[in-house]
Design a protein. Sequence first.
Length: 385
Amino acid sequence: MKRRNVLDVLAAARPADLGGPAEPAIAELPHREKRRGRWVGAVAASLATAVVIGVMALPRLIGGDVSTGHLLGDPAANPLDTVAERAAAQPDASGRYWHVEGRVLGEEIIGSAEHPYQIKTGVQTSRWVPRDPAEVLVLAQRGMPSVPASAVDEDAWRRAGAPELCGNDTDCENDTAPFGRTRYMFMSSDWPFRDEGLTLPVNELLALPQEPGALRERLLSFWPAYSRSMANWPSPPAEASLPRKASWLLDLSLDLLQYAPISARTRAALYRMVADLPGTRAVGRVRDAEGRWGLAVGWTDVLADGQAERRLIVNESDGALLSIQHVIVKPWTYDPPGITGLTGLRPGTVYQELVHHGSGWMDTLPRLPTSCPGPPVVAGKGCVE
């Protein structure tokens, strides 16, 4: 999926196997809140996040017509209560660097109008978040091979002349995540959360509330300043608008679950909090792109004339995050503003998935290439090995 005028910051994933128990019927909604797609990150030109694949894709164009209310089961039940209990029971550890690793997987349609074909893309990602705010965050990304999504797509690709597929870099010019090589990027220690309005160092992230209500109140305390900062943003394009409080809270919460050094009990509180947000749907048991079963909840995002469901998938045995998927519900007849590669993807396609492989504390950074600048390492710099 290509964004116009910025590097390729979104990726997608192969369709997950949605076997197992059938999805329950969706209850009739009490009402629907109409709004245009949200324009997040309009200051992308000044943010390093604009060039990073798989995290804080800017500008973020999500949402529109959003369902509100509990959609399934007992209205008083929280679908993530059980996994939250298991997450809270995990031991907390300590160290100098919070290490997170995973993959960003994708599906998109490329080629010409006469010879379109669907491909699968991927990027391996790792990050080391320093406990010391004076140090820099190290982000590593390595492009994986791109392949046609099916035999039919391979035939179409060959008819198009079998053009070179350059990992996630489908135009063979964007080397943010170079195929077969690793790019190291150095960011400020509070990235990406400061760009989202959450101005907390690691020691305060670790001290976030461990009860859902108090946690929600603490996070929302950062909304007024963030919303005021939008006065300096460029005007959003057609079919997009500035973010609203509810969508910002969900986006921030999911990013905290993916990337932040937080306590086990805060993680549990986040699960309960997001599962109780307006528009949450209890999806049930699904598989992620690597075949791992997990319990999922989802939220409907409407952009342009299409719809997708964003899914949070959690391991039922220990409450660990498995992945966050974006699944097409209603296909697009034209690409949304700022994005290409979505038109023609079929319902059920997981067009974006951030697969979580693990996280934990460690005391050392990876060995950096001799081509890297420093010492000292400075935020905003980088190198390739």
